[in-house]
Ligand binder design. Structure first.
Ligand code: ATP
Length: 237
């Protein structure tokens, strides 16, 4: 299958501090790739590199064209939506206002109304709370809102940074089922960063394990799941 995102020899640094040391990875068209690793391995930096938020070297191709070196805004317009760690919703605004902001770069205004319905279909709880201030939502609802706001861009690729962080297992389960649905129904490809390896490997088709800025294991999710070292260190059995 063709790769929607194809990254080769990616280096990234903050000032003089080098964080990624030449990593290769990709996301297939319609696929879900997981990037796993411990705290500080460089997972968040990898997502920030894809959307032009950190200084990089190497090749990043999206939908066949190079995006490395482009401004974040231009990358977003191509259809890459980033759901950052910590969610990044506008806490003072209502659910509906947050979603409207998510669509503010779109020209097809007539279709935006339909997208509200589609998103409320995935997350009925957001419909019930559409006039509520985002800051007063539960953690799970805020994560749903952050994902929904990204979906309002009609992205081809969604970058999800640690979406399970701080949420109860039941909510995480629900959220990940909906990610699968969004991927299948709307053909949104996903690059998912997770510390919860078991969870990520259930959703993903491919996975990469990062250790201190280098890919140490990669392959299909099934192959990575059955890797002895992954099982011992990340799956706990
Ligand atoms: P976590 O799961 O803890 O978020 P991570 O795998 O996402 O970890 P990164 O956040 O990408 O890791 O961080 C990788 C390394 O880069 C860490 O050593 C971190 O201290 C460093 N780093 C991250 N952001 C910055 C920054 N803005 N300036 C300098 N160093 C940074």
């Amino acid at each position: 299958m063709a790769r929607l995102l194809d990254v080769r020899g990616l280096h990234a640094q903050y000032g003089a501090s080098r964080v990624l040391h030449g990593i290769d990875f990709g996301v297939e068209e319609g696929g879900i790739t997981a990037i796993l690793g411990a705290n500080g391995a460089g997972k968040t930096t990898t997502l920030r590199a894809v959307c032009g938020m950190v200084k990089t070297r190497g090749e990043i191709a999206f939908a066949g064209g190079r995006i490395d070196g482009r401004a974040t805004e231009g990358i977003v317009r191509l259809g890459v939506a980033h759901v950052p760690e910590g969610r990044g919703t506008f806490v003072e605004l209502s659910v509906e206002e947050n979603l409207r902001l998510g669509a503010c770069t779109r020209r097809d205004k007539a279709e935006v109304a339909g997208d509200f319905e589609r998103i409320y279909g995935y997350f009925p709880r957001l419909r019930e709370r559409r006039r509520q201030q985002a800051g007063t939502l539960s953690g799970g609802e805020q994560q749903m809102l952050a994902v929904s706001r990204a979906l309002m861009l009609r992205p081809r690729l969604m970058l999800l940074d640690e979406p399970s962080f701080g949420l109860a297992p039941r909510i995480v389960q629900e959220l990940f089922e909906i990610f699968g649905e969004i991927n299948r129904k709307d053909r949104v490809s996903m690059l998912l960063v997770e510390q919860n390896a078991a969870l990520a490997l259930r959703l993903a088709d491919h996975a990469y394990l990062l250790e201190t800025g280098r890919v140490v294991i990669s392959g299909t999710a099934d192959a990575v799941r059955s890797d002895e070292a992954v099982r011992r260190s990340y799956l706990g059995y």
